[in-house]
Structures are given as structure tokens and as C-alpha cells.
Ligand binder design. Structure first.
Ligand code: FBP
Length: 549
């Protein structure tokens, strides 16, 4: 039994608000046939059974008669994101509503639980303790990549044993790519096991025309912005530190951009812009040092800089280096790990990457070199959360300011603090928006399941309108796919949504950033509010508001 705080007790009673079409039992409306965002021929060939399906939307219809019980298995995949428990409670309530004899099983510890046959039946007693709570601890999560037939077959074995009609995979772009591959595999085998995906990730990079937001982004950015606001207030009170804050977001800079829009710090780096402008590390450092120096002219030897976690991979020279390291280590990781000491490891790296990358590698401080060589995630990516980009930038900006001082271009003082905001927000109690959105996604998934759909992602749109008017339905996952090179091979994957440099949120930020850099314009958003007026408690992200304006 979980220990429950007073807030949590009250929060458990919260009844998530649902769109009209999900009240009662929705009727399915088939839209137009779909095609993938790119590489249509390749994707169609790889997904003959699940390609081209229509978009589905729901309409109100209260007829619930004659529905047979359904058994469902659910998997939480990848990094935690606020609201996961509400997706699960939505699925649970949805399948029980369809028929009280329906059963929901949770696979333990992520996709690995499916392969290893580790599961629990989720009953009302369990579910009720987790409603509107943060975290994924109801069944745990994991990053095991499902990529081999024997894994899919082990999944089918347990699904048959439990009489499952459907699996729901709650995950980000990689996990939903997996869901799509599984759906195709099981459809090709005529196995009767369907697969539905749900869009999760605090990174906000699983989004497109039909998926307006991944869940967890709203809560996580509210938590980070509350903390950034507190740091800004401290900076503005003490007036003695520059705070360099790295923010999670493995690849895209959505989190940094959203937090900047909410808090107006002095500097926000946007990785996508760095890449588009082909900015070098040196240029980024010069840009930051210039702002530090300019603020010091008016006596402001303090400030706040936001640094997206994924930045390092977007700096062109670093991108090449990391990609070469990823390829090298993907095929030779065990040999590399068997080398005796750091000298041998550095020698091995230097003799197996290009001269240009080797040169860059050798200009980096040793701690960053080691972090770049640390274990890859199961998808073969460098773990950017472990790279101290914030400290690297502090050191380089400091060096630059020394040079400027020597030339008489800078007279201020530069004292720093570094922070990394990531894990602080991933398991926070979901905001009202995420609580409502996730519960709606869960109910949506249950309807798609009861209608025997496979290869679909649950979708809830029109998210800046009151929740009553949200539009629920399903989107074929193949529609979001394209072919990308992963470790020298072309693979079908869901296209990652990066910050759009011609999009409204970035454009608004661009018009404001100079003013925010030199003056002190901080906003202090404070903590998430769960109880109170709707305009405070139910509001969603600045990015969605700007995108939909
Ligand atoms: P998902 O894409 O799985 O949602 O995870 C995103 C993330 O939170 C990133 O922001 C971060 O880089 C990464 O997970 C950290 O992973 P881990 O939890 O394995 O340290």
C-alpha cells in the first residue's frame, strides 16, 4: 500500500474532464485513407497490412449493448512522463465500461515484461491508488527494444495465454515505431492480437498534425518553469550569479523553448537553430559571452541561460563526431569495453574515426570525452542527459571573457552556478491538462481496441479548446513514418518533430529574445496549481496557444 499525502488524497478524487465524444460509448467514423509523411513506397512495402488505413474520429452514441469482454495488456515504455497512470486508468475504466468482465494486465518493467512474461492483473483496488498521480511505478517502465522475431513470438505466447485481444504501448517515437512493427507482425500472422500506441514523452517531439502534444510535456515544463522562475528570483535578488540551466529533451528543444516563453530568461539556446545556421561551438560561446558582457555594462553581473540537453548533437562538428562514435560503438561496444584503460580507449577511438572528428574529440575536456564514450541507450544513442554541456559552456564562456577582459572589452565579474532540470519533472503529479488528456487517451485506446483496430495511435486533438470540445479518434501509425538512417542502415521510424524554425512559437521567441537578453524581464510562474480558477489550473502550454492562435 502506498503512503498517501493529504494533497494526493484530494488529488485522487479528481475526476478528469472528458471530451463530449468520449462520454457514453462513442461511434467510429472513418475518414480518408492515409499515406506516410515520406518514403511512401518503402513504408507501404514494409507494412502491407497496416499501411494506408483511414483516420478515425468518434461521435457520441450511447448504445453500449452486446459488447463482449475484452482482455488488454498495457506496457509503459521509455522515460517517465506525468500522466501515465491516468492513461492506464482510462484504459481500465474504458474496457470495464465496455463489459465489466474485461481484464487489464500490466507488463512489468516496460517492453521487457512482455518478452519475459512478467505481468500483473490491474484491478480496481490497484488502479484507484494511482489515479491522477505522477510516475510510472504502477507497473514500471523500461527501454528494451523489441526488434527480433523471437521477442515478438514470446509476446504472442503470453498474449495467447492471457487471452489478450490487444496490447497498448505507451511510449515516445521509438516505442510507437515498435508498436507499429509489432502490429504489422501480428497482423501478418493473422494472430488476432492487435496493437495500439499512445503518445508519451516530456520531450514533446512526438507530435504532428493529428497528435498535437505528447503527454507529460505540459506538466514537466510547468515544473521546470516554476523552478527556473525561482532561480531567476534568486539571481535578481543576489545579483551575483549567472545560472546555466540544462533542460531535458534528448533531441528537440521544445522544452527549452516552452520554458523560455513561460519565464523569459536572458539566454535560451535552440538546438535546431544552431544546426540550421551551422553554428560552431565557438560561435555559440561568443554569442553567450557577448550577452554576459553587455549586461555587465549596466552593472548586471547575473543572468539565466537555458541550454537544451540535446544541443551537443546539433552543433555540426559535434554531430559528426557523435555519429561516428555511435556507429563505431554500435558494432564494437564489447571490444571497446574490454580495453584496459582510458589511454587504450582514446587510442582506439582516435584511430577509428575521421581525422576531423578526432581533432575535435581531442580539444574537448576529458570529462566530456568520457561522457561521450559512456554506454549507449538500447537504441544506440549517446545518453545526452549524462553530458555536462552546461559545465562545458560555463568553462568556455569564462575563457572567452578572460580574453575579452585582456583586450579591455569586458570589465564585469562572472560567477556561475549550474543546474540540470530533468528528472525533477518527469514524475510530477500531472497538471489538470495532462490528467484530463491522459485519461481521454486511455478511454480512446479502449474504444479503438473494442473495435478491433490495430496499428493505430490514440489521438485527442483541439487541445486549446475546453476539454468538452476535444476531438478523439485514432491515427494510423504508418502515417507518421519515414525512412531514416540508423547505424548505417535505412529503417522505418516515426518522424521526430523538432522545433520548427518557421513556426509561431519560435518566431515569437525570436522577436523577444534581444529584449529578454539585455533587460531583466523575468516571469516567475510559480508551482503548478491543481485547485482553483480554471484559467490558472487548466491552461496548457504557451507553444500550443501560439501554434493554434
Ligand atoms: P522518452 O523519449 O523515452 O520519453 O525519454 C525522454 C527523456 O526523458 C529525455 O528527455 C532524456 O534524455 C532521457 O529520457 C533520459 O533517459 P533515462 O531515463 O534513461 O536517463
Amino acid at each position: 500500500m502506498l503512503k498517501v499525502s493529504v494533497l494526493q488524497k484530494e488529488r485522487i478524487k479528481y475526476q478528469p474532464k472528458l471530451p463530449k465524444s468520449l462520454k457514453g460509448f462513442p461511434k467510429l467514423i472513418n475518414g480518408d485513407k492515409t499515406k506516410s509523411v515520406a518514403d511512401q513506397k518503402d513504408i507501404e512495402k514494409l507494412f502491407p497490412n497496416t499501411y494506408g488505413m483511414p483516420i478515425i474520429s468518434f461521435e457520441e452514441n450511447l448504445d453500449m449493448s452486446g459488447k463482449t469482454p475484452i482482455n488488454v495488456g498495457v506496457i509503459l515504455s521509455g522515460g517517465q512522463a506525468p500522466g501515465g497512470h491516468n492513461v492506464i486508468s482510462g484504459i481500465f475504466d474504458g474496457v470495464k465500461n465496455i463489459n465489466p468482465d474485461s481484464k487489464l494486465y500490466g507488463f512489468i518493467g516496460g517492453p521487457g515484461g512482455l518478452v519475459d512474461h512478467k505481468y500483473i492483473e490491474l484491478t480496481a483496488d490497484i488502479i484507484d491508488d494511482y489515479r491522477n498521480t505522477g510516475g510510472f511505478d504502477i507497473i514500471g517502465s523500461g527501454r528494451t527494444k523489441l526488434e527480433e522475431d523471437w521477442q515478438y513470438d514470446k509476446g504472442l505466447e503470453i498474449a495467447k495465454k492471457l487471452g489478450l485481444h490487444s496490447l497498448v504501448i505507451i511510449g515516445g517515437d521509438d516505442s510507437n515505431t515498435n508498436a507499429c512493427i509489432l502490429a504489422e507482425y501480428y497482423a501478418a500472422k493473422n494472430s488476432g492480437l492487435n496493437v495500439i500506441g499512445c503518445p508519451k514523452t516530456i520531450d514533446g517531439d512526438l507530435k504532428n498534425e493529428m497528435i498535437e502534444a505528447s503527454f507529460g510535456f505540459d506538466t514537466a515544463t510547468k515544473v521546470y518553469s516554476g523552478l527556473i522562475g525561482n532561480i531567476q528570483r534568486d539571481a535578481n535578488s543576489a545579483k551575483k550569479y549567472w545560472h546555466f540551466i540544462k533542460l531535458m529533451g534528448r533531441s528537440a528543444s521544445h522544452i527549452a523553448l516552452e520554458c523560455a516563453l513561460k519565464t523569459r530568461p536572458n539566454i535560451t539556446l535552440i538546438s535546431e537553430e544552431v544546426e540550421a545556421k551551422q553554428q560552431t561551438l565557438k560561435e555559440i560561446v561568443e554569442y553567450m559571452a557577448k550577452i554576459v558582457a553587455k549586461r555587465s555594462e549596466s552593472g548586471s553581473n547575473f543572468g539565466v541561460a537555458l541550454i537544451p540537453e540535446g544541443l551537443i548533437e546539433f552543433i555540426p562538428e559535434m554531430k559528426n563526431l557523435i555519429s561516428e562514435l555511435n556507429d563505431l560503438l554500435a558494432h564494437n561496444e564489447s571490444y571497446f569495453n574490454s580495453l584496459n584503460n582510458d589511454d587504450e580507449k582514446f587510442q582506439y577511438i582516435n584511430s577509428n574515426i575521421s581525422d576531423k572528428s578526432s581533432h575535435i574529440f581531442n580539444t574537448l575536456p576529458e570529462n566530456i570525452q568520457m561522457q561521450l564514450l559512456a554506454d549507449r541507450d538500447p537504441h544506440g544513442n549517446v545518453q545526452v542527459s549524462k553530458i555536462e554541456t552546461e559545465q562545458l559552456l560555463v568553462n568556455l564562456v569564462e575563457e572567452k571573457l578572460h580574453e575579452m577582459k585582456a583586450r579591455g572589452e569586458y570589465k564585469g565579474s562572472f560567477s556561475t552556478q549550474t543546474h540540470f532540470l530533468g528528472y525533477e519533472g518527469r514524475c510530477a503529479a500531472p497538471s489538470n491538462f495532462d490528467a484530463d488528456y491522459c485519461y481521454s487517451l486511455g478511454i480512446t485506446a479502449s474504444v479503438l481496441i473494442s473495435e478491433g483496430k490495430t496499428g493505430y495511435m490514440a489521438s485527442v486533438r483541439n487541445l486549446t479548446a475546453p476539454s468538452e470540445e476535444w476531438i478523439a479518434g485514432g491515427v494510423p501509425i504508418t502515417m507518421m513514418m519515414n525512412m531514416e538512417k540508423r547505424h548505417k542502415e535505412m529503417k522505418p521510424v516515426i518522424q521526430k518533430a523538432l522545433v520548427e524554425l518557421d513556426g509561431a512559437p519560435y518566431n515569437y521567441f525570436k522577436t523577444k529574445r534581444k529584449e529578454w537578453a539585455y533587460d531583466t524581464n523575468y516571469v516567475f510562474p510559480g508551482p503548478i496549481q491543481y485547485f482553483g480558477p480554471s484559467e490558472i489550473c487548466d491552461a496548457t502550454t504557451e507553444m500550443l496557444k501560439l501554434e493554434k492562435a
